[in-house]
Design a protein around this ligand. Sequence first.
Ligand SMILES: [Zn+2]
Length: 235
Amino acid sequence: MNTEVKLHPSTELLNQFIQGELVTGKSVVVSAHMELCKSCRAKAEELQAHAVSSWVDPGSALQSDQPSEVDYSSMLASIVKSPQIKSEPIEELVEIDIDVLNHSIKLPKVLAKAASEGLQWKKVAGGISEAHLFLDNETLCEFIYMAPGCQVPVHTHQGSESTLVLDGSFEDELGEYKASDFIIRDGQHNHQPRSKEGCLCFAVLDSPLKFTEGLARLMNPINSYKFKKATSRLA
Ligand SMILES: [Zn+2]
C-alpha cells in the first residue's frame, strides 16, 4: 500500500501532530494516515528527534533561531505527551467488515476500534452515506462512503477538510486519490468529488461545507446545523 501513497500531510501538520497541538479529530486522521504510510512515520520520527534535540540543547535552539528563553518544564511535558512514533512497519491494520461495503477492508487501528463498535450509517443524497464519530468539540469527523458513479455537489470550505482515502478512489478537479492518500482542502478550493468505482474515506472538517452552485446551495444552512450538531454531540 505504501508504494502508491502520493499525498501526505504537510511537514507543518506532522510537526503539530508530534507536538500534540492538534484537536483529537485532526490528530486521529493524521495518525491513521501514518499507520498506512511508512514515509510519514519516518519523517515524523525525524521531526520528533530534531524537536527533542533542540529542546534539550539550548545551543542548537539558538542556532536555529528558536526563542532563547527556553521553558523546559513545558517542553518536557510535550515530550512526555508526544505520540510514540516508529518508522517500523505497523502490522496492526485491522480487518473488519463495514456495512456499506461488500468486502472486508483493513483499517488503521485508530479507526478500526471506532468502526468495529458499530457505525451508524445515514444515507445522504445521491449514493452518499455518512457515519459520524464524535472525537472532539471542534471538528466534524465522519466516515463517508460514495457509491460507484456518485458525486458530491460543488463546494468549498470555510475552514479545512482533511480526508484520508481508505478504500477505492475518487477524483476532483485537482487529481485522483487512492487508498492511503491524505488530502487537505480549504477555502482556496472549489471542488466536486466524484467516484467511478466507489470510495470509503475518513474526513475531518473544522467548519461546515459550503455548496457553491445550483440548488445544493439551499443545503448550506443544513450543513451548518449538521456541523453544530456533530460538534456538540447531539448527533
Ligand atoms: Zn504519508
